[in-house]
Design a binder for this molecule. Structure first.
Ligand code: ADP
Ligand code: ADP
Length: 232
């Protein structure tokens, strides 16, 4: 479960401050696919980045499974980070590494045994349908295949939360559909909570259980997708 309590984020530059988030209150329940939708500049990236320690809130709190991220010890931060996978709009794959090595990266970084890494990566390759691409390099893959690698990497440490930052925005509609289907499968089979940010209404409509609309750093509406979309 992820809870935002009065979350604020102010960016300070030399001559001015800018409030990107202004008192966000939201609860994302275990097992949900929750979408946050808003125009560019609304604060979506800032919001998601406060969950995985890429940004530090300047007010309020973010709780993951009841733990306030600001009060964690370094050892606990590592543990929580491991529990949160992230998928990026532009995939963020290492171009000089094979598909296998990209997916293995989070496990290599934590010093997992070779045999265990091999087993987990093969399992993930199969899950995302890329078993025949283990030795390929990112530049040899289509956009959809690259995103499948990004998703497999995000799942390597068996997280219970998956954050998706415009995960389908760089893909054509058909590929978007197949990636959304994969995300649904991950949610259903692994019971992973998914928090996704997007500017695309169709993405929310196709996969999310709940949705929040963000504008100018504030949530202006939230509820089930059914409720929000059936409201005139
Ligand atoms: P979104 O993801 O919805 O496009 P962002 O969270 O990226 O929105 O940005 C929200 C607002 O905060 C924007 O106006 C953006 O210009 C500003 N912002 C984001 N990052 C920074 C930063 N590092 N320094 C100053 N302003 C920033
Ligand atoms: P983007 O511009 O796509 O949103 P970010 O600025 O969020 O990318 O991330 C910067 C870099 O940090 C990325 O290249 C990514 O590889 C790395 N990174 C950030 N968060 C994570 C994470 N949770 N897991 C793995 N890599 C991460």
């Amino acid at each position: 479960m992820i809870t935002f309590e009065g979350l604020e984020k102010e960016y300070r530059t030399k001559d001015k401050t800018f409030k990107a988030l202004n008192g966000i209150n939201l609860t994302i329940e275990k097992g949900e696919i929750f979408g946050v939708i808003g125009f560019s500049g609304a604060g979506k990236s800032t919001l998601i980045r406060c969950v995985n320690f890429l940004e530090k809130p300047t007010g309020g709190r973010v709780l993951v499974d009841g733990q306030d991220l600001l009060t964690l010890t370094p050892a606990n931060i590592r543990k929580v980070k491991r529990n949160i996978g992230m998928v990026f709009q532009h995939f963020n794959l290492l171009q000089s590494k094979t598909v296998f090595a990209n997916i293995a990266m989070p496990l290599v970084l934590e010093g997992a045994p070779k045999k265990q890494i091999k087993q987990r990566v093969e399992e993930l390759l199969k899950f995302v349908g890329l078993s025949d691409k283990a030795g390929a390099y990112p530049e040899q893959l289509s956009g959809g295949q690259k995103q499948r690698v990004g998703i497999a990497r995000a799942l390597a440490t068996q997280p219970s939360i998956l954050l998706c930052d415009e995960a389908t925005s760089a893909l054509d509609p058909q590929t978007t559909g197949s990636i959304l289907k994969l995300l649904k499968k991950i949610n259903a089979e692994y019971k992973i909570t998914i928090l996704m940010i997007t500017h695309e209404m169709s993405v929310i409509r196709d996969v999310c259980d709940k949705v929040a609309v963000i504008e100018g750093g504030e949530i202006i509406e939230s509820g089930t997708v059914f409720d929000i979309f059936s409201n005139p």
